[in-house]
Design a protein around this ligand. Structure first.
Ligand code: HPA
Length: 260
């Protein structure tokens, strides 16, 4: 079982891994630098989404290269972390949530491995965009560690890099969003296209614009991530421990093989 952790905002280093080394992977979308190591017999890769220096903004992340590099390395499962603002009064800063749906408001990203270049038009089902099995494992890991998590949350993905207006946040509330961030799309859908199980643990770092009593800053987001990241690591590594070599689930496998 090969697992990758994609570290979100403020998560540029991985703890707990043994025998670590740096790996540069060439893909047809660009090159990707990862860290590789082991944890309790599992091969684990770590990919900081915003780069080692956290210098790549959300709208410039090379999502296709990132997921393709994991595909080339035969990764089975991706566990991602994500910093989010909250528009749901029950999900407050410091809380953790397991994403179960998304609404996409991004504008100019490269969304797919299937651009029709090989004479195929491929349309991918995302009725259940996040892997149900990994989501269950995250929740039971949280329970076993006494770390509470919201079991479902609808993530609204914005283009960034600006934060939202209060009017946008009101609209997102109206249409059923709970949390807002800038990176989960197209990461989650590319993973699905590639047949890799994907789940995300979100940490609420702030009340969204117009709900927050102050203006939003990236520093605030980083501070709240730093204060809560240890719990995210505990949950993620407990999930990794739980992965049996013959684990299978409904979302993995590739109905439409992606060219590597
Ligand atoms: N909006 C968008 N992205 C974010 C936020 C937010 O309020 N907080 C953390 N990432």
């Amino acid at each position: 079982m090969k697992v990758a952790i994609i570290g979100g905002t403020g998560v540029c280093e991985v703890a707990h891994l043994k025998d670590t080394s740096v790996l540069d992977v060439e893909t047809r979308y660009g090159s990707v630098r990862l860290m590789k190591g082991t944890y309790m017999g599992h091969d684990v890769l770590f990919l900081p989404r915003h780069g080692e220096a956290q210098a790549v903004p959300a709208h410039k992340v090379n999502y296709r290269a990132n997921i393709m590099s994991l595909k080339q390395l035969s990764v089975d499962c991706i566990l991602a972390t994500s910093a989010v603002g909250s528009l749901n009064k029950d999900m407050k800063p410091g809380d953790m949530a397991v994403l179960d749906q998304f609404i996409d408001f991004t504008k100019g990203r490269s969304y797919t491995f299937f651009d029709g270049q090989d004479g195929r038009a491929v349309y991918t089902d995302v009725t259940e965009p996040y892997c149900a099995d990994l989501r269950k494992r995250i929740l039971s890991s949280g329970r076993s560690l006494d770390i509470s998590m919201h079991p479902k949350a609808c993530y609204v993905c914005t283009e960034g890099p600006r934060f939202e207006t209060p009017a946008e946040i009101r609209m997102f509330q109206y249409i059923g969003g709970d949390l807002v961030g800038m990176t989960n799309v197209p990461e989650v859908t590319l993973a699905r296209e590639a047949g890799i199980c994907y789940a995300a643990v979100a940490t609420v770092t702030n009340w969204a614009a117009g709900i927050s009593s102050t203006h939003l800053t990236h520093e605030e987001v980083l501070q709240v991530v730093a204060a809560n990241v240890e719990n995210a690591w505990k949950v993620i590594f407990r999930v990794i421990e739980s992965l049996e070599p013959d684990r299978a689930c409904d979302c993995c496998g590739e109905p439409n093989p992606v060219e590597v």
